[in-house]
Each structure stands twice: as C-alpha cells, then as structure tokens.
Ligand binder design. Sequence first.
Ligand SMILES: [Zn+2]
Length: 192
Amino acid sequence: MTQVEVWNADETLLHRVTVRHAIAMIWRGVATPVSVHDTERFGPYQVPLAVRLVRYVEQRWLYSRTRATYSREGVLLRDRGRCAYCGRFTATTMDHVQPRSRGGATSWANAVAACEPCNARKGDRTPEEAGMPLRWRPYVPTRVELHFARQAGLDTAICGAAAGATSRTGVTTSVTTTVTTAVTTAGKEPDR
Ligand SMILES: [Zn+2]
C-alpha cells in the first residue's frame, strides 16, 4: 500500500504511514494534508501524499529522568565497557560489588562492568576485602543515557574514539525514532 509521509509541525519528516492511517489522522484532526493525490480518493477524502501534524510532537520524556530497567547489558552500556576496578575498556562481564552470595542485591547500585581478570581476582569478596577499590560509584542510569551509549556502540567507547561526536548523531536518530513510536503506537500525542 502507498505510504504517506508524516511531517512534524516544525517541518521535519517523522515517518511514513499507510493511507488509511493518514486519513484517520486527518479525520481526527491530528494532521492536515500537505499534498494530495490528484485523482485517487479514499471515501470523501483525496488520498494524501503527505500530512503534517497539527501540533508539534515534543519528545520531552526522552530527556526526562526515566529510569532504565536493570539488565546486565545495561550495566556494560552504562559503564561503556570500562572495568570499574582497573579502568581499562575491556570489560565483558558484570560484577556484583557486594557479592550475591553475601546478600548483595541485583540492582544498578550494586553492579559494575568488569574485565574477566578483575572479576576472577575479586571473586566472592567485597572491594575492600579484595583491596580493589571502585573507580566510580554505580548508579541508576536513565533510559536516554543507555540509548545514547547503545547508539555510540561499545566498540567506539573501547577504542576511545570521539564518543562525543558519535552520541550527537545518536541524539538526532533517537528523537526521530521516538517520535515515530509515539505517533504509531499511541496514535495520539504523548502526555504533556
Ligand atoms: Zn579490570
């Protein structure tokens, strides 16, 4: 089926939807047609080629403090593949700061990225017992932070390349992606 372009109110292309979806948006007053097909009609409407959202879709939540769901992958992303003990960007494992066998929680605050040698050396000991102080304090990252880390790619971080430049690209990409999700899944504007 023909796809219709959906433009944000600020003239940025968000994504494409089906003609049926676009008509529904026009019918609900969410979008207005920008250009239409000369001859084809869909019910009382001329088939749109492009529509524009009436209201600008803000992505404020993206920059909000939405907490990320805890995961092993997330810990490695948060720490950018850097070992919390030796500081090298060779972490491939996750370590529980306070060992689980000793009542340590499975949580962001008790998990750090660690390289295999450090993880093995530390074993079932606390950082103090092992004489391996943490280089930073583990914290709960935001979803955005992990998203950007994922966009940048662990490889980039490991190589120590210009991660800043990469994550800038990530900003643009993620905004577009999020807008798409918000519009297609909910079919209405996100909460304000
Ligand atoms: Zn290490």
